[in-house]
Design a protein around this ligand. Structure first.
Ligand SMILES: C[S@@+](CC[C@H](N)C(=O)[O-])C[C@H]1O[C@@H](n2cnc3c(N)ncnc32)[C@H](O)[C@@H]1O
Length: 236
């Protein structure tokens, strides 16, 4: 075993000095985090500059359907349904009878505060959206309470589209890490708030942290302006 040499004369900072320094940093920790992930996002954007840019998120969805073959039998999993606008769009634009569309949401709003907004933002006030397409099913509750059971009972053996629209770092990272064993090359993951000023410390940070710690490989398929929304494809 290699031992790391230490210098016994080196005095570490005293605990009280450390506590004072950490106390000074605390009010700016969100700023520091944003600076870190904004810089990482800048490099990520430059590295991915060749990917096409579409005007709206619906153009992006249509682009990945047309160019990346998602109009057939897929499992579509959407995290963050709210009133169902994007889930309804995907079901309406895929005509494969065997395709399945799963919407995950507690419908009580964001479980944590987000960008200065309080927990509960995006609550539907007790209204659960309805869908007249029998291929659509809802998994109601926090992802942290529903996704584990879902993964255990669903084979997810078709091409899968995962749509992450839950805004929060915690929610996004939880979904990515829970679905990690199910991801296969060719699966597509959509982010709805990747590159906004706030998204970099939430959805982008979740993608970065997930990719780094799970050795997850992907390529960017396309995005909207400044990658507010983005579609990535899982690689081997
Ligand atoms: C921006 S909205 C989704 C918008 C929707 N995709 C659309 O296009 O209209 C975000 C949703 O994420 C849900 N959400 C976020 N984190 C969650 C979690 N951990 N569990 C369940 N729902 C969550 C909120 O309840 C909210 O409805």
């Amino acid at each position: 075993m290699t031992s790391i040499p230490t210098n016994s004369n080196t005095q570490p900072w005293s605990p009280s000095l450390k506590a004072r320094l950490y106390g000074l940093a605390k009010p700016i920790d969100e700023l520091l985090l944003r600076a870190t992930y904004t810089a990482r996002f800048y490099h990520w954007s430059r590295a991915n500059a060749a990917a096409p840019t579409l005007p709206t998120r619906f153009d992006l969805y249509q682009h990945v359907i047309d160019r990346h073959g998602l109009g057939g039998t897929i499992d579509y999993l959407e995290f963050g349904v709210f009133h169902g606008e994007s889930l309804r769009w995907w079901a309406a634009h895929n005509h494969a009878p065997d395709a399945r569309f799963y919407g995950f949401d507690g419908f009580t709003g964001l479980p944590d505060g987000w960008v200065g907004l309080p927990p509960g933002t995006f609550s539907t006030g007790g209204q659960i959206p309805t869908f007249d397409d029998p291929r659509v099913a809802l998994e109601i509750g926090l992802f942290q309470d529903t996704l584990g059971d879902f993964v255990a009972r669903q084979p997810l053996d078709r091409r899968t589209v995962i749509h992450l629209d839950a805004d929060l770092y915690s929610s996004t990272l939880y979904v990515l890490t829970t679905l990690a064993p199910k991801l296969r090359p060719g699966d597509v993951i959509l982010f709805d708030e990747l590159g906004s000023a706030y998204g970099v410390t939430h959805e982008f940070r979740a993608l970065e942290d997930f990719a780094g710690s799970y050795r997850f490989h992907y390529r960017l398929l396309a995005g909207t302006r400044r990658y507010l929304q983005a579609a990535i494809e899982v690689m081997a």
